[in-house]
Design a protein around this ligand. Structure first.
Ligand code: ZN
Length: 253
């Protein structure tokens, strides 16, 4: 299963070696001013179209069949053949649970069983936004994309192409969250993030074995990093040739 995440050069997924979306798109560099205008538009559209009620009514976890369809549409949009169908989403358990929670990799696509495995809310209290984008991300891995950056680009596109305003907002939120820039989240989300942070603190205080391995991982530098997912460090300028942002900009224009 780790091989499906591009950890080793040999991969068990036959369709794993796909042309990178950023290469397929031939997205040129984006001048900083243009990117800033684009991000400001995305933030405005998020606030204009965000419905607290719609978010509240959204199921805690996404429907797998609907996600498959949305991701299928994104693949078609970029002329990629469809990959593997995910059979079900199941909860992270055992040793992978321990390692996933400790090292910041709380979900994966199991290439043997064709399942998406993700930490339960009880183990890792998370926002709905995180749950939806996380499961979508893993389903994209199942389509044969191993690199995290590629996977995030396709995940973004699947939400972006949706006709549902909330899914479109997920695409905007992904973008703004990765940008490292100052922006305002809608109040409903801020409330949820705060509740989740408090819940997580309580849960983690009792996960002593996870904490032990997390501390060990942090001291030896074995932790997952946001950069390979396209996240820019807070306050840092987005490079004009940033793979995620130039690809997304190209798809949106
Ligand atoms: Zn991944």
């Amino acid at each position: 299963m780790v091989s499906s995440q591009g950890v080793t050069p040999v991969d068990l997924v036959p369709s794993a070696y796909r042309l990178r979306p950023s290469v397929a798109l031939k997205g040129p560099s984006v001048e900083s001013d243009k990117l800033q205008v684009f991000l400001a538009e995305q933030e405005k559209q998020l606030h204009d179209s965000f419905s607290a009620e719609a978010y509240h009514n959204l199921p805690e976890w996404p429907n797998l069949a609907q996600l498959e369809l949305a991701i299928g549409a994104a693949l078609k949009h970029l002329s990629y053949p469809k990959g593997r169908e995910v059979r079900r989403v199941k909860k992270l358990w055992g040793l992978t649970r321990l390692m996933g929670l400790a090292y910041g990799g709380p979900a994966y696509h199991d290439v043997i069983s064709a399942e998406v495995v993700v930490a339960s809310h009880e183990d890792l209290p998370s926002s709905k936004f995180w749950k939806w984008t996380c499961v979508a991300h893993e389903v994209v891995h199942a389509q044969g994309f191993t690199r995290e950056m590629d996977t995030e680009i396709i995940t973004w596109l699947a939400f972006y192409l949706s006709t549902d305003p909330m899914k479109q907002n997920f695409a905007r939120m992904m973008l703004l969250q990765k940008s490292g820039q100052e922006f305002q989240w809608p109040a409903e989300l801020l409330g949820e993030f705060k509740r989740v942070r408090e819940e997580r603190k309580k849960v983690q205080a009792e996960q002593w074995l996870v904490s032990f391995f997390r501390t060990l991982g942090e001291s030896s530098g074995v932790q997952n990093s946001g950069a390979k997912y396209g996240t820019v460090s807070k306050g840092k300028k987005i490079p004009e040739d940033h793979e995620f942002f130039r690809s997304v900009y190209k798809m949106a224009h």
